[in-house]
Every structure is written in C-alpha cells, then in structure tokens.
Design a protein around this ligand. Structure first.
Ligand code: NAD
Length: 324
C-alpha cells in the first residue's frame, strides 16, 4: 500500500503495514473492537493536551486509529478535557479496557508512573526523557520485556522536517569538530538536570554522529536569576570533538545554534524546511501504535532502545562530572 503523497518521509518509511493489508481493509470494518487499545493520558499539560487531541482524531488509515482514549489522570480537579473524563489512577490500572498509558507529566515523575503501569500490565508511551537516571531505564525496559509490553519513548525532535533536512546534509560528510548550542527560557520545576531535560539535543548529536563519550562537563548556575548553563565536551568514536551547550534563562530565545565543521564545508545554520503535513506528536503516535500491532521490526525497536539508553547514560555521566 502506498500512502498518499505529502506525508513526511518518516511516515512513509516507518508505516509499513503487512502485505496482507490493503487500502480497502483499513476501514471501520477492519478496526474491530477486539483489535482496539484503550488508553489513559496521565498529566494534562501541553503534551497531554496534544495527546488527547491526536487520540480523538487519529490520522485516517494509520495504526493510530487502533487507540481510543478512555480517560485522563490529573492531580488537579478538572472537568471534561476535549470531552474526555478524569479517572483515578486506581481505576486506570485496574480497568481491563485500558491497555495503554501515555505519560505526559513532568520528567521527575516519569519513572514511578512507568513502573506503576508496566506492573499493571499496560503498554507505556512516555514523553522524553524516559527517566532521569540510566539504571532505572534499564530496569524499566527489562520489566517491559518480562511482561511482554511495549515501552516507547517519544522523540519528536527526530521527526521534524528541519532535522531530517539537517541529517540529509550531514550524511556522507566527515566531521572534524562541532558545537550545538541550545538556548531557551527557564525550566519549570520537576524537569530535572539540564542533561536530561535537554536529552532531545543530545539525541540529535548521537543520531547524527554516533555514540559519544564525555570528556568534561561544567555547570554555571545563578538560581536567584533562574539562569543555568551546561557545557559538555563530547568525543565521537573517531575522536572528533563536539561541544554541547544547554543554556536557559529569562529572555533567552528558544533556539538551536550549530557549527559543524566537516572536511569539505562548515554548517552554521539548520537548513530551513517546510513544515510537514502530519503533526510531530501524531507521527510519534503512529509509530507507537505500529509497535503495538507488531508493525515495527525487532531490529528497529532494538536500535531505538540502544540509542535511548546510550543518551541516558551519557546524560548521567555529564551530571556526575558537573557534580564533582
Ligand atoms: P507541562 O508542565 O505543560 O505539563 C505537565 C503536566 O503534568 C502538568 O499539568 C502537571 O500538573 C501534570 N502532572 C505532573 N505530575 C503529575 C501526576 N503525578 N499525575 C497527574 N498529573 C501530573 O509540561 P509539558 O510541556 O506538557 O511536558 C510534559 C512532558 O512532555 C515532559 O516530560 C516533557 O519533557 C515532554 N515533552 C514535551 C514537549 C512539548 O512540546 N511540550 C515535547 C516533547 C516532550
């Protein structure tokens, strides 16, 4: 089956229904109740709101149609959200018609929430970062495997058109050295150490240049002014130096500045690219749903897991160097 034109390359590359599925079969008749997954959304902030929106209007013909939202969990007393009702954690873990949890809370509570839902036999989709420590992520992946469940970490930063364009430009070039400098406003409480809250930038570097080691890391902080700056010195497996700077403070624009020096040229700008037609969280939802129905190969799942654990391990090393 070929998807309609205009889809981001991610969707085309990763949504590969089995050969027995034809366009006409992906219809309301095909999506029977017994092949549906009920879901709960935990945490109603920016990400949680987008998750509910996408679950209510999945991309037609995509595996995301297999998930229906049954409720949300919030610490606040909230009325219906986009027509969806609040339920308790106890209800969510015990209901048989809920098989999936979307964890959209602050980073600090991801680990406990994932463990609770996996132990209750539910598949989990968690917004990045999965945890704020490498060992916990290893343990949670083992728990998911033991229980035969999907544990998926969202990485929308890898799905943007601008990132795909950057990746195409970097492909085939030999890196000499480089810098990625992110700036943004102060972090809200509960989002954790900068190497974890900024894991999206680290993930870019690992996805572009392969596994990295940490040679040095420093942290500047002025908590009175909500200012923080992390500088990490990284090394590729070819011994090329990369510097990752994560800087946050009032008035700082949300921006990523790059300077990648290659043997043939220097890239100092992220190439502009038109916005894709399918939203980033929707692309991630399709990818997660494809995992639920076994449409993502074990090799791809394993590659993702290795990358995620590597990034969390590097973030942990950066944190311990900063704390020394
Ligand atoms: P946010 O502050 O807007 O939302 C977090 C929400 O979770 C808040 O409403 C908070 O009250 C709620 N919450 C916290 N603990 C809870 C608990 N135990 N039970 C129920 N609700 C709880 O933050 P956000 O921007 O939506 O980010 C959420 C997660 O999504 C973070 O892990 C973030 O890294 C990730 N993420 C966000 C974006 C984005 O564009 N906003 C992109 C990628 C990843």
């Amino acid at each position: 089956m070929s998807l309609s034109t205009g889809f981001p390359s991610y969707v085309e590359q990763n949504f590969k229904p089995s050969s027995s599925l034809t366009e006409s079969m992906i219809s309301e008749d095909f999506i029977r109740a017994d092949s549906m997954f009920g879901a709960v959304v935990v945490g109603i902030g920016t990400a949680g709101g987008v998750r509910i929106r996408d679950l209510l209007a999945p991309l037609p013909g995509s595996p995301a149609e297999r998930i229906t939202v049954k409720g949300f969990i919030s610490r606040r007393s909230l009325d219906l959200q986009q027509g969806v009702a609040k339920i308790s954690l106890e209800e969510a873990v015990s209901r048989e018609d809920i098989q999936v949890a979307f964890i959209c809370t602050e980073n600090a509570s991801h680990e406990d929430s994932i463990r609770t839902f996996l132990q209750a036999g539910k598949h989990v989709c968690v917004e990045y970062p999965m945890t704020m420590n490498y060992k916990a992520a290893v343990e949670l992946y083992s728990l998911a495997q033991e229980k035969g469940l999907i544990l998926h970490e969202e990485h929308i930063e890898l799905l943007t058109e601008e990132y795909n364009q950057l990746k195409r430009e970097v492909k085939g070039k030999t890196l000499m050295e480089g810098t990625l400098h992110f700036t943004g406003g102060p972090l809200k409480p509960g989002f954790g150490f900068l190497a974890f809250s900024g894991i999206a930038r680290l993930t870019w570097l690992v996805d572009l240049f392969g596994e990295l080691s940490v040679t040095a890391a420093t942290m500047e902080e002025d908590s009175g002014n909500s200012y923080s700056k992390l500088t990490a010195k990284l090394l590729t497996s070819d011994n090329r130096h990369l510097t990752w700077i994560e800087e946050r403070g009032p008035g700082l624009p949300r921006a990523k500045n790059i300077s990648f020096q290659f043997d043939s040229c220097t890239l100092t700008q992220i190439p502009p690219a038109p916005r894709g037609t399918v939203g980033l969280f929707m692309q991630d939802l399709i990818h997660f749903s494809a995992k639920l129905i076994g449409e993502v190969s074990p090799e791809e799942n394993q590659r993702e897991k290795i990358r995620i654990l590597h990034c969390l391990e590097v973030a942990g090393k950066i944190q311990s160097l900063c704390q020394k």
